[in-house]
Design a binder for this molecule. Structure first.
Ligand SMILES: [Zn+2]
Length: 346
């Protein structure tokens, strides 16, 4: 592990890395709408965040091809393909051509792939790592493309959209629908857990934490000797931002951060895993204005918007290849770099 880091530390540019740096596995954690103030709020609540175990920090610009302020679809496309597109589009260029994503590159390299999220699996962020459609609103088509894809782990909600393609999915992998079935999954080579008709409730009302989903996803995917790519999304930080709901915002950051801890636990033991923690955009123009560090309590917050903002988002990285993420980069650089690493890890 130390040897990998030393090699990587001499790397200054995103494109100039040595093959020794290329990680075998990549776990990308996306806190939807998680700007720096959201992370700050989580830190005050928890004291020390799991994210702080990452030695590398950076900042990421998020504008889309069509807008100063991105939506989650264009941001997911940038992070998954390394190409900017128009707001609302998933896995397609602004002129409507399909863009190959990191999941597809990983599959091509014989790696296992998965997504684990706290929203419908058809929602913009997870869909942006799997499908190619001109509009994020095409839920039935998105579900059909997901079911037809080569992805190995699908944990989230969205059963209403998956009903027509369940037989196709069930031919490929065990599909479970409840907490109990999920906990009895064991370690098949692939699996889907579609746990809610559409979206899960807030983290405080979820039976299965994002951490539990992440641990099971890693357990399944890490059986592949060729390695894996996993995207985990804390989806509802964004929704709390839209609603200017600081309480649920903090709860969602904490739930997300706890899942990050599970990824880092695996990466520490494994030594060949790059963990990246970032966001697709900031939501709410959120600020932490007063509170008590001793009591882990925030007494005053502010929102200057009920939509996304254009402010840069933080990035945290751990493991082989992580040093290239230090500094300020564009969201497309994250996608391009992950794809380079995947293609170099033969
Ligand atoms: Zn949003």
């Amino acid at each position: 592990m130390k040897k990998f880091l030393l090699v990587c530390l001499s790397t200054l540019a995103f494109t100039a890395y040595t093959e020794e740096c290329a990680p075998k596995n990549i776990i990308l954690f996306i806190g939807d709408g998680m700007g720096l103030s959201q992370v700050t709020a989580g830190k005050i609540e928890k004291g020390t965040l799991e994210m702080e175990r990452c030695p590398v920090t950076g900042l990421v610009t998020t504008w889309s091809a069509s807008s100063f302020v991105t939506d989650s679809a264009a941001a997911a496309t940038a992070l998954s393909t390394g190409v900017k597109t128009r707001n609302g589009m998933l896995g397609e260029s602004p002129d409507g051509n399909p863009l190959k994503n990191v999941t597809e590159y990983a599959e091509e390299m014989g790696k296992s792939t998965g997504v684990a999220v706290s929203c419908s699996l058809t929602h913009a962020t997870p869909a942006g790592f799997i499908v190619h459609v001109p509009s994020r609103k095409m839920n039935p088509e998105i579900a059909a493309q997901i079911a037809a894809s080569g992805i190995d782990v699908l944990f989230g909600g969205g059963l209403d959209y998956f009903k027509p393609c369940l037989p196709e999915l069930q031919k490929k992998m065990p599909v479970v629908f409840s907490t109990e079935e999920f906990r009895n999954l064991g370690t098949p080579t692939n699996a889907a857990a579609i746990l809610y008709p559409v979206h899960p409730p807030w983290s405080t009302d979820r039976e299965l934490s994002l951490k539990e989903l992440t641990q099971k996803a890693i357990q399944i995917l890490s059986q592949d000797k060729d390695g894996f790519f996993l995207m985990v999304e804390g989806s509802q930080i964004d929704w709390a931002g839209h609603q200017n709901d600081a309480t649920n915002l903090i709860n969602e950051v904490v739930d997300f951060d706890t899942a990050v801890g599970a990824g880092l636990d695996f990466a520490e033991k494994n030594g060949q895993t790059l963990v990246i923690v970032t966001a697709d955009h900031e939501t709410g123009g959120f600020a932490v204005l007063d509170g008590s560090l001793q009591d882990h309590n925030i007494t005053k917050t502010g929102f200057c918007s009920d939509h996304h903002s254009a402010t840069m988002v933080p990035l945290f990285a751990y493991g082989p290849g992580s040093s290239v993420f230090s500094g300020i980069h564009d969201n497309t650089d994250v996608g391009k770099t992950m794809i380079q690493f995947i293609r170099a890890s033969e």
